[in-house]
Design a protein around this ligand. Structure first.
Ligand SMILES: NC(=O)c1ccc[n+]([C@@H]2O[C@H](COP(=O)([O-])OP(=O)(O)OC[C@H]3O[C@@H](n4cnc5c(N)ncnc54)[C@H](OP(=O)(O)O)[C@@H]3O)[C@@H](O)[C@H]2O)c1
Length: 343
C-alpha cells in the first residue's frame, strides 16, 4: 500500500464564473490508520457532478460550503482495506462521500456496504443504482407525478440523470418523450434510447422546433435558463415542472431571466424543486424499478470515465462544456488493468 494519500483540496474560492487553475490544488496527505469502530477505504471511483460548482461557493445551500484546505467533497465507491468495525471486512465494496482522495479513514457505521449482483457492474452503484438513477426515478415519479400518455420534455437529456430519465419516460405507457441536448452526436444517441423528438438547444431554429413539439405535461429541468423559460410558455393545464438542476446558471455571471412564470398560474401547474438525498425512503423501490427495466432491455446506463485524481478538475470543467455522455466518474484504478478486465 502506498504510504501517502493523494488528495485534491479546495485552494481558493472561485469568483463568479467557471472554476480556474487555482481553485483546487493537489497535496499528499497521511493515510490515517483506523481506530476503534473505524475502517480504512481505498477509493476506486469518485463522482464528478455539476453541483460541485456550488459547493465551492460560500453561500447558503442544501449542504455547507466545502472549506478552503478541505478535501473536495465527492460521492465515491471504494473497498475496505482495514476494518475495526464489526459489520465490514477487508474487500467489502463501500459507498460514501469519500471525497477526491485515494484513501479515506472514518467510522464504519457512516458508510454503506454495496453488493454487486452476479453479472452486474460495480460502477452502477455510482450511476444507475446510485444517486443519479434515484434522481431520475424520484424526479419523474415523486416530483413529476408521471402519468400514462404524458408528453415529457427532458433537458440535459444525454447526461447522467437525463439518460436515465429519458429511458424511464420512454418505457412509461403511451408517453411521448422530447429530449434536449447540445450536439448532433447526443441527439443520435437519444434517438437510440427511444426519444420520440430530439432537439439541439444550440440550433439557431431551436425555439421554433421546440414550439413544434407541442404542449408539455412534465418538464424535467436539468438546465434552467432560457430552455426553462420556453418550457413554461408551452405547458398543458396541470403540468408539472421537475426543478432538478440549473446548470446553465452555475457558471453564469447572472442567471438568465425567466419571463413566463405566470404560466404556472394560468395553466394551474406546479414547479417543485427537490434534493434526491431527502428521498432515501424511495431508493429501494427505485433500484428495483430500474433493475426491472434493465431486465426488459429498456434501460442501459452509459458512463464517461477518466483516470487518476489529477483528471478530476479537468473532467469537471469538461462537463460544463458538454463533453460527457452519461454519468461522469474518475476511476482511481489502474487504467490498463481495468481495460484488460473488460476484454
Ligand atoms: N436535485 C437533485 O437532487 C440533483 C441530483 C443530481 C443532479 N442534479 C442536477 O441535475 C442536472 C444534471 O446533472 P448530471 O449529473 O446528470 O449532469 P450531466 O447532465 O451528466 O452533465 C451536465 C450536462 O449539462 C449540459 N450543459 C452544460 N452547460 C449547459 C447549458 N448552459 N445549457 C444547457 N445544458 C448545459 C451538458 O450537456 P449538453 O452537451 O447537452 O450541453 C453537460 O453534459 C444538473 O443541473 C445537476 O445539478 C440534481
Amino acid at each position: 500500500m502506498s504510504q501517502q494519500n493523494k488528495q485534491v483540496v479546495l485552494n481558493e474560492r472561485p469568483a463568479r464564473g467557471p472554476i480556474t487553475d487555482t481553485t483546487f490544488r493537489t497535496q499528499q496527505g497521511e493515510i490515517r490508520q483506523p481506530g476503534e469502530g473505524e475502517v480504512l477505504v481505498k477509493v476506486e471511483y469518485v463522482s464528478i457532478d455539476p453541483t460541485m460548482r456550488g459547493w465551492v461557493d460560500d453561500v447558503r445551500s442544501y449542504l455547507p460550503p466545502v472549506q478552503i484546505g478541505a478535501v473536495m467533497r465527492a460521492g465515491a465507491l471504494g473497498r475496505v482495506v482495514k476494518s475495526n468495525y464489526e459489520n465490514l471486512k477487508e474487500g467489502d465494496l463501500v459507498q460514501h462521500i469519500f471525497g477526491w482522495q485515494e484513501y479515506w479513514t472514518g467510522p464504519g457505521k457512516d458508510i454503506q456496504k454495496r453488493v454487486t449482483p452476479e453479472g452486474g457492474r460495480d460502477i452502477d452503484h455510482m450511476g444507475l443504482y446510485g444517486l443519479t438513477g434515484m434522481t431520475a426515478y424520484v424526479g419523474l415519479f415523486e416530483i413529476g407525478q408521471l402519468k400514462d400518455g404524458d408528453h415529457v420534455v427532458i433537458s440535459g437529456a444525454a447526461g447522467a440523470v437525463g439518460q436515465i430519465a429519458t429511458q424511464i419516460a420512454v418505457a412509461h405507457p403511451k408517453c411521448t418523450v422530447t429530449a434536449i441536448a447540445g450536439s448532433q452526436e447526443k441527439l443520435d444517441y437519444l434517438k437510440k434510447l427511444g426519444a420520440h423528438n430530439v432537439l439541439n438547444y444550440k440550433d439557431s431554429d431551436f425555439k421554433k422546433k421546440f414550439k413544434a413539439v407541442g404542449h408539455i405535461d412534465v418538464y424535467f429541468d436539468n438546465v434552467g435558463g432560457e430552455i426553462l423559460d420556453l418550457a413554461l410558455a408551452q405547458l398543458n393545464p396541470y403540468a408539472r415542472i421537475i426543478a432538478c438542476g440549473a446548470i446553465s446558471a452555475y457558471n453564469a455571471e447572472k442567471p438568465a431571466p425567466i419571463y413566463n412564470y405566470f404560466s404556472l398560474i394560468s395553466m394551474k401547474s406546479t414547479m417543485r424543486g427537490f434534493i434526491v438525498m431527502d428521498h432515501a425512503n424511495k431508493f429501494a423501490e427505485g433500484s428495483k424499478y430500474l433493475a426491472g427495466l434493465v431486465k426488459e432491455g429498456k434501460m442501459k446506463a452509459d458512463y464517461h470515465v477518466t483516470y487518476g485524481l489529477d483528471s478530476c478538475v479537468g473532467t469537471l470543467r469538461d462537463m460544463f462544456e458538454g463533453k460527457n455522455f452519461g454519468k461522469t466518474l474518475v476511476s482511481l484504478k489502474d487504467q490498463k488493468e481495468e481495460e484488460k478486465s473488460k476484454l
